[in-house]
Design a protein around this ligand. Sequence first.
Ligand code: VAH
Length: 313
Amino acid sequence: VILIIGANGQLGSVLTKRLQEKYGVANVVASDITEAKTINGLFEVIDATDAGRIEYVVTKYKITQIYHLAAILSAKGEANPLKTWEINMKTLLNVLEVSRLNNIQKVFYPSSIAVFGGGAPRINTPNNACLDPSTVYGISKVDGENWAQYYFLKYGLDVRSIRYPGIIGYQSLPGGGTTDYAVDIFHKAVLNETFSCFLNDETTLPMMYMDDAIRATIELMDAPLEQIKIRTSYNIAGVSFSPKEIAAEILKRFPDFKIEYKPDFREDIAKNWPKTIDDSNASKDWGWKAKYNLSDITDTMLNALAAYYKPAI
Ligand code: VAH
């Protein structure tokens, strides 16, 4: 039975549905700090800063795998650095400790391209680049990766991790990230509203379509143990683009689309992140390969959101 912590989130809500399809609704327990938003199935309220609450649910459902998807993201995290550190680290350490003590077979820990900072090459950033993040979120993810590796080396806990790029999907809204513009832009295009972009037009970031990100997660967790050679976290790449490039793709389909650029503090975060990612380790070790390019993402997002908003337009 699988427990998902953070199931109301941008990734957690879509991953929950995918895991329910794969393992059956009765074998997936979704959880978050508040009641279920869009989840249909087993749900428990868990504040993951409370280890006892996690352990109660693990025992109640005889959980065998935990996907820990709760964290305060890069942009929102800067509003209250020490709170972000406490929440991101305490929840992870609780998950690792509860997993160790309750013989959990596999743990998934999401990391991020936010672990990279000014000290890493920005083009084809390698898996083993210097990690000197400029956000508290990034710091918490670097340390989370090291704690994950520690629990594998010291206790043999099978913790696996992916450094997600910015994730773009129509099924859920992002919350508090620096890459969130790449989701909002499609909503504004479909609603025929001018899009105000909080990054510069040339700021290229690594991104990935939701279906690719979900498939990467499942493929990593399904890979035979001996194929997992990296126990901090794997780089994965989807497609890199700038706001100008995604706007151009939208304009091909929506000629009246309007965008304005009003960079804010999130531009300062983004300029320290990689432009493109080298994911050769993930390809070599467990066969990772992205499927969606920017044109596919644009078509899929605009079609899905047009259908979603149709009554309102
Ligand atoms: C964020 N969407 O922007 C998240 C993610 C790579 C970006 O970590 O903080």
